[in-house]
Design a protein around this ligand. Structure first.
Ligand SMILES: Cc1ncc(COP(=O)(O)O)c(C=O)c1O
Length: 459
C-alpha cells in the first residue's frame, strides 16, 4: 500500500526517468496533436479509498489526459496572448517545484533575493526609473488588482482614510478609463470600486486609444479628490496605446493616480526604446506586465510595479507577530495578495540571465515579423479583410464580403481544423478574429501552414 511515507514513494530517479519519457512523448506529439481540443472530456471516476500509486496516475495521465491537452505550448496556438514556456524557464520551473520554497518573506533562504533581483532586472529591461519596485504576481489580473487596491489606498490617504484598516465606506473616488482590459474591470470590482462605476472616456476615432481631450474635460469636471486613471499599453484587440505622456501630464495636474496596464504591450519598448509607443509609462504610479506572455515563462507569472512601494505595503500589510518584517526578512507577503508564495521569480531570473536583453528582443522581433507576414497575406486576400493595420504582434481580421462564411463560423472551422488556434474579438461592434504571436516556438512554416488553412477554408 502506498502512503506519504518517504520510503514508499517513487524515488527522484524513478520520477526523472518517467519525466524523460513524458518529455519525449510531448515533443513528438507537438507537431501532430490538435492545437486545441474543444471536444475533450474526462471520464467520470470515483475517488478511490485505497491508494492507486504513482504508476496508476502515470498510466491515466498518458492515456486519458495528455492526449486531450491543447498544444498551447506549441508554435500555432495564437489565441488570447499566449506565451510558450521557453526551455530555460521550463527547467527553472522544474527546480521551483523540486525546491518548493515559500517566498512569503526573506530570512530563511536566498529565494527572496532572487525575486528582488528579478524585479530590478525587469525595470532595467524596460528602461524604467530605478524608483519602481514591486512584486511578482500570478499574472496581469492579479497585478491589476494590486493597481486598483494601491490606488484606492493612496486616494484614501489623501482623504485621511486608511482604507486597508477601516474600509472604503467613506471613500470618495472616480475612476476614468477608455478601453480597460476585462481583467482590469474585474480588478475594480474586487477592489470594491465597482465593475460598472467607472467613467467611460471616449476613444480616438476608429481606434481604442483614449481621447485625451475628453479625459482632460472629464478630469476638470470632476469635483472629487479621489481620481484614478486606468490607461492601456496596449489594448488587447487593437494593440492601441494611450498617449501616456499626455495622460500622465493630466494626472499630475489633477492629482490622479495613473495605473498603466502594459501586460504584453510594454514589450514594444524593447524594439522602439523609451521614445516608442510606451513613452510616458515611466511616469505612471503603477504598472502591470505579464512574464507568462511575451517573456515566455510558464504560468503563473505577472509583475506589479509601483513608484510608491510604501503605499503598496500599507495596502497589503500582514500584521501578525510571528511574521515580523525586517529588511533582511523582506516582506513579500505584505506587498501582494498571497502570504505563501511560489518561487515564480526563478524562471524569470533564469530567462533574463540566459537570454539577455538581446535574446529577448530578438524573440519579440521574430513574433512581430510573423504577425506582419500573416497580416500582409490577409490584406492581399480577397476572402479576408484586415480590419486594422498590424503594428505589433496581433492580427485582427474578418471574412470579407466575398467570403461565403461569416466571421464567427469561419473561426469555428479554423479552430476545428486542429492546425491553429485563434480567438474571437469585437472591433467597432463587429465580430473579428484575433491572432496573437507571442510564442518562442513559432516559425515561419507555422505561419505558412495557417495561410494555407485560411486559403483552403476560403475556397
Ligand atoms: C492588456 C491585458 N491586461 C491583462 C490581461 C490579463 O492577463 P492574465 O490572464 O495574465 O491575468 C491580459 C491578457 O491577455 C491583457 O492582454
Amino acid at each position: 500500500m502506498q502512503s506519504f511515507t518517504p520510503r514508499q514513494l517513487p524515488t527522484y530517479e524513478h520520477l526523472l526517468a518517467a519525466l524523460e519519457q513524458e518529455c519525449q512523448a510531448f515533443r513528438e506529439s507537438l507537431d501532430t496533436r490538435r492545437v486545441s481540443n474543444s471536444a475533450s472530456s474526462l471520464q467520470p471516476r470515483e475517488l478511490t479509498e485505497q491508494p492507486g500509486g504513482f504508476e496508476v496516475f502515470r498510466q491515466v495521465f498518458s492515456t486519458e489526459i495528455a492526449p486531450q491537452l491543447s498544444a498551447s505550448n506549441g508554435g500555432r496556438y495564437w489565441g488570447f496572448v499566449t506565451g510558450g514556456a521557453n526551455p530555460v524557464a521550463t527547467y527553472a520551473d522544474w527546480l521551483v517545484t523540486l525546491y518548493n520554497q515559500n517566498v512569503s518573506k526573506g530570512g530563511d533562504s536566498v529565494a527572496s533575493q532572487v525575486e528582488r533581483q528579478a524585479i530590478k532586472w525587469i525595470t532595467e529591461l524596460f528602461e524604467l526609473p530605478a524608483v519602481f519596485d514591486g512584486v511578482m504576481t500570478t499574472g496581469a489580473t492579479a497585478a491589476n488588482v494590486l493597481g486598483a487596491m494601491t490606488a484606492r489606498q493612496e486616494i484614501g490617504r489623501k482623504q485621511g482614510i486608511d482604507v486597508a484598516k477601516v474600509g472604503c465606506k467613506e471613500l470618495e473616488y472616480t475612476v476614468f478609463a477608455a478601453t480597460p482590459h476585462a481583467s482590469m474591470v474585474k480588478a475594480l470590482g474586487l477592489a470594491g470600486l465597482g465593475q460598472e462605476s467607472w467613467v467611460q472616456v471616449a476613444c480616438e476615432p476608429n481606434i481604442e486609444a483614449m481621447d485625451t481631450t475628453d479625459l482632460a474635460r472629464k478630469l476638470a469636471d470632476c469635483r472629487g479628490t479621489g481620481k484614478i486613471v486606468i490607461a492601456s499599453a496596449a489594448t488587447v484587440t487593437g494593440t492601441d496605446y494611450d498617449d501616456l505622456v499626455r495622460v500622465a501630464q493630466l494626472c499630475r495636474q489633477h492629482q490622479a493616480w495613473l495605473h498603466v496596464d502594459g501586460a504584453f504591450g510594454i514589450f514594444e519598448r524593447l524594439l522602439a526604446g523609451p521614445q516608442g509607443k510606451t513613452q510616458g509609462i515611466e511616469l505612471a504610479d503603477s504598472i502591470t506586465l505579464d512574464c507568462h506572455k511575451w517573456l515566455n515563462v510558464p504560468y503563473d507569472c505577472g509583475v506589479f510595479l509601483t513608484r510608491h512601494p510604501h503605499t503598496l505595503f500599507a495596502t497589503c500589510n500582514v500584521d501578525a507577530p510571528y511574521l515580523a518584517n525586517t529588511e533582511e526578512a523582506f516582506p513579500f507577503m505584505s506587498l501582494g495578495i498571497e502570504n505563501s508564495r511560489r518561487f515564480r521569480a526563478l524562471p524569470v531570473w533564469a530567462t533574463l540571465l540566459a537570454y539577455g536583453k538581446q535574446g529577448i528582443k530578438a524573440q519579440i522581433q521574430r513574433n512581430v515579423a510573423q504577425a506582419a507576414t500573416l497580416a500582409n497575406w490577409i490584406d492581399a486576400s480577397p476572402a479576408y479583410e484586415l480590419v486594422k493595420a498590424c503594428e505589433l504582434n496581433v492580427v485582427v481580421f474578418s471574412a470579407s464580403a466575398a467570403n461565403a462564411h461569416d466571421t464567427e463560423a469561419l473561426l469555428a472551422q479554423l479552430n476545428e481544423s486542429g492546425q491553429v488556434f485563434m480567438t474571437p474579438g469585437r472591433w467597432q461592434g463587429s465580430p473579428v478574429i484575433r491572432c496573437a504571436f507571442s510564442n518562442w516556438r513559432t516559425e515561419q512554416r507555422d505561419v505558412e501552414l495557417a495561410i494555407s488553412e485560411l486559403f483552403r477554408l476560403a475556397n
